[in-house]
Design a protein around this ligand. Structure first.
Ligand code: FAD
Ligand code: SF4
Ligand code: SF4
Length: 472
């Protein structure tokens, strides 16, 4: 069967899942280029032909933005990439990003019926294929409504803010994004490394927004440069998506030694400030051994970055076991191929320095798993007398983040929950009626696609709020 023929159901079942071409591990540990190289056209068409076009569309239920997956796959299978792009664009504002970083194995692909007896359809890789095809081919620009006369402020330019801004602009509103850093993209820019999500993709998404007329004001820290009160005076509505980027620390002695970082600082120095280049004005410590505390995506990004910065031993030290590690399966696989070492059931108790104040070793304690805790995972319990020293020159704490009180602390009537996250109702509306919020600042650390879903839904609610107010 060639890819130009429509396969029968039996032929579809016989097609095996495509493999993603990758940069070889021994090569990629010496550069920051993207690891996954993307599917070529023939392979993408064949992979899309594996879709059985299920009537009840279980995969769609697994996607937080309800992407019309079977429809979009059908167009790829028929080689109508422009039509596939149109479906994708209507449902997902940042497909080149989600196609690369969505935890597909837990979302759309987890519910794909082909996964019951074999491998699910590679929905994420096909999304990436079409998004990259779109970048190379002119597609019809989304049509924009007539100017509404309303002005909306968006705080934060991560996936939540970018999505909301785009949706609001399409609805005819005048949108301004206020961003604290000097460049837009949020975690997509400063957290997720180039080898997983190239910066040119974020540049492209931001350029598309600017072409829609969205104004971007960088270096504006809301809560300091400008308050929510001032924004409310100048704009008709506001959407807050400032993330939850305040790092958590291990709270152990020695955390202020030189060579010890939070994952946020470490990744920001490398990704946003270019510290991987020797000529960069923002340095980052490099050592023959780097140890990263944590087992999530952030830990995996940090340890793989350390490997690329020259660490011969780049180690994940995680207090639970392999099974409990929250990082995406693909990241763990790539990390293993790159020679990352995994130490399970260990937790740091102290960081030890030399006479110049530089880190020289981490003291770790062995753990065992006890009863399940509130998260349902078995709680790690220290094993008495099991401490040992691990010589290292760089240590990175990747044990989570929380809401930054800088913005919320200056907005006294903005209702927060006990963790400092902004409370919203089902309309994404906060305790201030003209202020809406979404993404990590509401959910705590979540995912790109959930932040985008919030941005999209909140934009719809803001639009209703403005038009309801105008007609009242
Ligand atoms: P953010 O992306 O955090 O963006 C918030 C923006 O607001 C930032 O640009 C920030 O500078 C700005 N800001 C903050 N305070 C202010 C202020 N006071 N004034 C103005 N601007 C402000 N999710 C996935 O789905 N897949 C992954 O593979 C994945 N990997 C990750 C890797 C790392 C290292 C990290 C840290 C997270 C990862 N996540 C991943 C989670 C995901 O990136 C977040 O859930 C998502 O970015 C949240 O989007 P957001 O728009 O709410 O906020
Ligand atoms: Fe799957 Fe994410 Fe794409 Fe939805 S946006 S279809 S969850 S890869
Ligand atoms: Fe296709 Fe899988 Fe969705 Fe069925 S569940 S429509 S096979 S992608």
């Amino acid at each position: 069967m060639s890819t130009t023929e429509t396969p029968t159901a039996k032929e579809r079942m016989a097609i095996e899942r495509a493999a993603m071409p990758e940069q070889p591990a021994e090569e990629r540990v010496r550069n920051f280029n993207e690891v996954n190289l993307g599917l070529v056209e023939e392979v993408a068409v064949r992979e899309a032909q594996r879709c059985l076009q299920c009537k009840n569309r279980p995969c769609v239920q697994g996607c937080p933005v309800g992407l019309r997956i079977p429809e979009f796959l059908e167009k790829i299978a028929a080689r109508d990439f422009a039509a596939a792009a149109e479906i994708l664009q209507a449902d997902n504002a940042l497909p080149a990003t989600t196609g690369r970083v969505c935890p597909q194995e837990e979302q759309c692909e987890r519910l794909c019926v082909r996964g019951k007896r074999g491998e699910p359809v590679a929905i994420g890789w096909l999304e990436r294929f079409v998004a990259d095809w779109m970048a190379e081919h002119a597609t019809a620009p989304a049509s924009k409504a007539d100017p509404s006369g309303f002005r909306v402020a968006v705080v934060g330019s991560g996936p939540g803010g970018l999505t909301a801004a785009g949706e609001l602009a399409l609805r005819g509103h005048e949108v301004t994004i206020f961003e604290a850093l000097h460049d837009a993209g949020g975690v997509l820019r400063y957290g997720i490394p180039e080898f997983r999500l190239p910066k040119r993709i974020i540049d492209r998404e931001v350029a598309n927004l600017e072409a829609l007329g969205v104004a971007l004001e960088t270096n504006v820290v809301v809560g300091r440069t400008l308050t929510i009160g001032q924004i409310r005076e100048q704009f008709d509505a506001c959407f807050i998506a400032n993330g939850a980027g305040l790092p958590r620390f291990c709270n152990i002695p020695g955390e202020n030694l030189k060579g010890v970082y939070s994952a946020n600082e470490y990744l920001t120095r490398v990704n946003l400030m270019g510290a991987y280049r020797y000529e960069s004005r923002t340095p980052v410590a490099r050592g023959t051994t780097t140890v990263v505390f944590g087992g999530g995506n952030t830990a995996m990004d940090s340890v793989r970055t350390a490997r690329r910065l020259g660490s011969e031993r780049a180690i994940i030290a995680y207090r639970r076991g392999r099974e409990e590690m929250p990082a995406r399966a693909e990241e763990v696989k790539h990390a293993q191929e790159e020679g990352i070492e995994f130490m399970f059931l260990v937790s740091p108790t102290e960081l030890l320095g030399d006479e110049d104040g530089w880190l020289r070793a981490a003291r770790l304690q062995r753990m065992e798993l006890g009863e399940p805790d509130a998260s349902g995972r078995r709680r790690p319990v220290p094993v008495d007398g099991s401490e040992f020293e691990l010589p290292c020159q760089v240590a990175v704490a990747a044990i989570g983040t929380k809401a930054n009180p800088l913005l919320t602390g200056t907005a006294p009537n903005l209702q927060l929950n006990k963790w400092g996250n902004i409370e919203t109702n089902e309309r994404h509306q906060t305790s201030l009626p003209d202020v809406f919020a979404g993404g990590d600042i509401v959910r705590g650390g979540a995912t790109v696609i959930l932040a985008m879903g919030d941005g999209k839904a909140a934009a719809r609610e803001i639009d209703d709020f403005l038009r309801e107010g105008a007609s009242a």
